[in-house]
Design a protein around this ligand. Sequence first.
Ligand code: PMP
Length: 424
Amino acid sequence: MPEWLALYYREPLELTHGEGRHVWDAQGRRYLDFFGGILTTMTAHALPEVTKAVAEQAGRILHTSTLYLDRHMVELAERIAALSGIPDARVFFTTSGTEANDTALLLATSYRRSNQILAMRNSYHGRSFSAVGITGNSSWSPTSLSPLQTLYVHGGVRRAGPYAHLSDAGFTAACVADLKDMLGQTHGRVAALIAEPIQGVGGFTAPPDGLYAAFREVLAERGILWITDEVQTGWGRTGDHFWGWQAHAEHGPPDLLTFAKGIGNGMSIGGVVARAEVMNCLDANSISTFGGSPVTMAAGLANLTHLLEHDLQGNARRVGGLLIERLRAITAGFPVVREVRGRGLMTGIELVEHDGSPSPEGASLALELAREEGLLIGKGGREANVLRIAPPLSLTVAEAEEGATTLESVLRQVQFTIAGKERP
Ligand code: PMP
């Protein structure tokens, strides 16, 4: 394994099995999972319907290729197309979010006959050659040799730089003016803008309401496509909406939507949705060997059915709303916590030192302490100082309470450490 591949935690955590919102390690310790296996467990660990669908399909046929017709793939594509909000939608399945974004770039650049892409600062879109070329976060973008011409747009984090102290309205106006100015300076046509509705790896940061809608107006006037990367924000995770883009829908649906992670509940599914006109623009055939395989499609169908039948989006809104309220209340007296933010079951806790500078050490310590207390959380943000909470969408109120109580204890200890005192 390469040296750039790092695991979480000082001592690697080896997981052996899971059930519901819990996972167990090789020593038999149980953890409440507040990170959903980095959001791949959408509904619940070892969801019986998914396990059954996978086992049945594995016992039937294991061919894997988009060369053959498979009814699970067609059915899942039809359901996702209908849910996407994109008119006359077509779906192409891949095996990961990276490959979904790669395909979206292939489509957008081909449709527009241009390799110019707009991406957001502080974004993360995957790890292929083209995806790192639109990732606006140097820790996750290890090369500058992309064949794409990428222009990075302001709009997510505004902690540093000239926009740091602006109000939401001022920030939105400045970002839109910047976008227009940038477009006035570019040669030729820009193919697309790709954005996460809430930046995931970037630390669960959302743009102010209205910003993406204002961007959309500028793009639509110029025929520039809008790609929404729903790899983290899709499937009802944000509570109020099924997709993150729906919080910014004033100027209509996106042209392309990419998804992955949770839909497979651990099986590798990704995909792109696009208007037929855009999806059909390629001149040659394209095939994926593992994308849309019968086993993963059967898992996706069972998982999506469970999500919709149990209204897990509604659960994300209700339980996520309680969780964020509770976390705000318990962290109110902790100077180490700069902000608790989020939507639905996607909550970020940003940690700072006493001088207000980002505290990556605080975040690393919090991860370790939470593990000791039986809770798994994630971290992110450009300065790696944001705790990321994204449990399976079936989280119960009691589990939310339990996790919040653990986080209170963890953050109290981090607070003591940051203040230079002994841990209690
Ligand atoms: N887009 C976003 C917003 C992501 O968060 C990720 C993964 N963290 C990806 C794309 C890439 O997905 P994958 O890891 O499945 O390739």
